[in-house]
Design a protein around this ligand. Structure first.
Ligand code: XMP
Length: 503
């Protein structure tokens, strides 16, 4: 299937760009500059915008293979500046700023054919093109006289100062369509409905007859990745579900649900081992480290038994940018544990069939593959599980209390219809106890905090304004059904400055 590769320099609109191209009917893949590679079906490359200036320190360059490949290129904003510099033009540093709606005059160029000569576009830039490179022509100018678009004389490279992918840019989709279908000559044969077949074929081609091992959590990503891989390699996929004793009640049925789809899933009960290792540990980073290492220890044992050459991972695009961002900056907020540490240690090759997809697309593919709605629409759950939702020491008793609280909370959210309006909701067991009164007696019970947020891919989050009657019901049901709890509080912190999880 023909594809357009979008190289992501960190613009908030990259996602939209890939989306728009897929909506046009051409497959589009996004990757970070450090990792992006062409395939024999890469018909075009888009260099996205980004928050940096080409003059900042640590800027990301155009990957070395791009220009010699001769594949048509479209540079947008920062991507345009990179191209201008590469071809010997000049970018002017931060003297003219254009933000928001900007009127642009278009020249007679095929990419603008059939469009009005003046259009409103969305701009967001401080740097601009001062000198157009040799063998390029200016094809659009902004009202302030800034170069708004250029094209190479061989008509293979285009660059826009404005963002054609943003809704506010008039006729932006037509410009993208022309680039994709006429300049790149990409065939329109993409539909999200075909993705599963396409991914199955790709996995089959890359793995052949080798064996694959995959860790299944309760989440949608690992489940969808596993179904695709199972369709590609059948019996050669072995899934392992490690019960670390830190799971939600609803996660416990996952192996059974996947087996119903024909998957080989081995359940390993390692709860005693995890809890033993966490004994006396209160530091959040320490907890994450112990859980990560114990996970590897258990998984390694299983992988040896199966003699696997490949490791299946449910990496999706937001994980790709998150890890790229993490490696580009030195400040660690939290060490995230999924199974990221496994391949280096175990010498396994990676299979990541969902690497290019966004969360909602993963859900759509999962639905087409017959995954139960209950797994598909489940809120995200961190690798270290309930351990990072128990402040202080993780003991069997405290895990048990939190599990019951979480179950009450989730059930009421589902029944009231709130669950699907929320990106992520969970409860946190605090390390303080609080005085209360039960009957005529003074009581001294645990405090639990409820959190519910809406979020864009987990990067930022806004606390959810839960209807008061639902909150009241949740609170009274928790204290009724979990007698160890004496007080329920609601978390009203956004991310930033708070993170979504408490630890
Ligand atoms: P934070 O707490 O960093 O969380 O705002 C952002 C999103 O990531 C999830 N999260 C994790 N996921 N391993 C994971 O797989 C982890 O260690 C981890 N820590 C946080 C969190 O639930 C939220 O959705």
């Amino acid at each position: 299937m023909d594809e357009i590769l979008v190289i992501d320099y960190g613009s908030q609109y990259t996602r939209l760009l890939a989306r728009k191209i897929r909506e046009i009917g051409v497959y589009s893949r996004v990757d970070v500059p450090q990792k992006a590679c062409p395939s024999d079906k890469t018909m075009g490359i888009i260099l996205s915008g980004g928050p940096k200036s080409v003059y900042s320190s640590n800027t990301l360059d155009i990957p070395d293979w791009v220009l010699p490949s001769g594949i048509p290129i479209l540079g947008i904003c920062y991507g345009m500046h990179l191209l201008v510099q590469k071809f010997g033009g000049k970018v002017l540093r931060g003297r003219v700023f254009e933000y928001g709606m900007t009127t642009v005059k278009l020249s007679e160029d095929p990419i603008f054919s059939g469009l009005p000569r003046t259009v409103k576009t969305w701009m967001s830039h401080g740097d601009s093109v001062e000198k157009i490179p040799k063998n390029f022509s200016e094809i659009a100018k902004s009202k302030a006289g800034i170069t708004a678009a250029i094209r190479s004389n061989d008509e293979k490279i285009y660059a826009f100062q404005f963002h054609p992918e943003v809704f506010h840019t008039e006729h932006g989709v037509e410009m993208i369509r022309y680039f994709v279908t006429h300049v790149c000559k990409a065939k329109k044969n993409w539909k999200i409905g075909n993705y599963a077949d396409f991914a199955v074929e790709k996995v089959r081609e890359s793995i052949g007859n080798s064996k694959v091992i995959g860790a299944i959590s309760g989440g949608v990503d690992s489940a969808v990745a596993a179904i695709i891989t199972m369709r590609a390699v059948g019996e050669n996929l072995q899934c392992v579900f490690i019960d670390n004793g830190l799971l939600r009640k609803e996660d416990e049925s996952v192996p059974e649900k996947l087996r119903e789809l024909g998957m080989k899933v081995k359940r390993v009960d390692a709860s005693e081992l995890f809890l033993e290792k966490l004994k006396g540990v209160t530091d959040p980073e320490q907890k994450r480290k112990i859980i990560g290492e114990t996970f590897i220890e258990v998984f390694e044992k299983e992988a040896k038994l199966f003699d696997a050459e490949y490791l299946l991972q449910g990496t999706i695009y937001s994980d790709v940018i998150e890890s790229a961002a993490a490696s580009a900056t030195s400040s660690k907020i939290k060490s995230h544990h999924n199974v990221g540490g496994l391949p280096e240690k175990m010498n396994l090759k990676l299979v990541e069939p969902l690497r290019e997809l966004f969360k909602d697309e993963v859900r759509e593919v999962g639905k087409l593959l017959g995954l139960s709605p209950d797994i598909l629409n489940r809120h995200p759950f961190p690798g270290p599980g309930l351990a990072v939702r128990i402040i202080g020491e993780v003991t069997k008793k405290r895990v048990d209390i939190l599990k019951r609280v979480d179950d009450v909370y989730t059930q009421i959210l589902r029944k009231s219809g709130e669950y699907s309006k929320i990106w992520q909701a969970f409860s946190v067991l605090l390390s303080v106890k609080s005085v209360g009164v039960k009957g005529d007696e003074r009581s001294y019970g645990y405090v639990v905090a409820l959190r519910a947020v809406n979020s864009i891919e987990g990067m930022t989050a806004a606390w959810y304004p839960m209807p008061h009657d639902v909150l009241r019901k949740i609170s009274s049901s928790i204290t009724d059904r979990v007698p160890e709890i004496g007080r329920v509080v609601y978390d009203v912190s956004d991310k930033p400055p708070a993170t979504i999880e408490w630890e």
